[in-house]
Design a protein around this ligand. Structure first.
Ligand SMILES: [Zn+2]
Length: 246
């Protein structure tokens, strides 16, 4: 392939811009915020589940407490009713009176036991409520931390996008100065090897860093200036400049 030496030299600018684009793409994929957010999302999901479990436990206890309180009320109402009957003087038979008093005493004991149960549930409920509050606070704190990481990620991505757009603009301008066939070859090599062109500097290919043999150097020296030469080692287009050592 033939191409003006100036056009060949522009390939080096193009290769530099393509490397810059590659570096930006790499930065985009490996932003530390991405791993951070991923980790935080996993922790958030775990905490959210723990919050739901704690909330369920707390509401179960609230229901249990309401039930126990209603049991206390029922027993108390029965004791009050019996007490009223006793106080009314309507019951006169000593046997009935004794029976009624015994029932009242038994109801009071029962009420006492049930009140113990209510107190015990209330204590458990207090602990459960405080666990809910604690977990919710942790969850909300983590959500805020994650939002912060997301903001930093978005800012970093916006910066990368801006730089990438600038690189693309400059690349388009440089590519416009390179003949289509040379550009096509460069593109094919870039797809294959990652970098399409490299400078020959001091007898060494700057793409693969391999020094050319004397025979290869002689061959290149003999080639016309507009001949597109390639590195035998890495197959990249070898661009000759004043620093080539020819
Ligand atoms: Zn090479």
């Amino acid at each position: 392939m033939k191409a003006a030496p100036e056009a060949q030299k522009r390939l080096l600018d193009l290769a530099e811009l393509d490397s810059a684009a590659d570096r930006l793409a790499h930065r985009r994929r490996t932003l530390p915020e991405l791993a951070e957010i991923d980790e935080q999302s996993k922790r958030y999901a775990k905490l959210a589940t723990e919050v739901i479990e704690a909330e369920t436990e707390a509401s179960d206890l609230a229901r249990e407490q309401a039930k126990a309180e209603s049991d206390v009320d029922t027993v108390r109402a029965r004791a009050d009713r019996d007490q009223k009957r006793l106080d009314s003087g309507a019951v006169t038979s000593p046997k009935d009176l004794a029976g009624l008093q015994s029932e009242i005493a038994s109801l009071h004991r029962r009420q006492g036991d049930l009140e113990e149960v209510v107190l015990e549930i209330m204590e458990r409920r207090e602990a459960a409520d405080s666990k809910v509050a604690d977990l919710r606070a942790k969850r909300d704190e983590l959500a805020a931390t994650r939002t912060d990481a997301e903001d930093r990620r978005d800012a970093a991505l916006a910066e990368i996008d801006k730089e990438a757009a600038e690189v693309q603009t400059r690349r388009a301008a440089v590519a416009g100065e390179i003949p289509a066939d040379l550009l096509g070859l460069y593109g094919k090599l870039r797809d294959q090897y990652g970098v399409g062109a490299a400078m020959l500097r001091g007898g060494r290919c700057q793409g693969c860093k391999v020094a050319l043999s004397i025979a290869e150097m002689n061959q290149i020296k003999a080639a016309p200036h507009d001949e597109v030469v390639r590195c035998e080692e890495c197959r990249r287009i070898l661009v000759r400049t004043a620093e080539s050592g020819l």
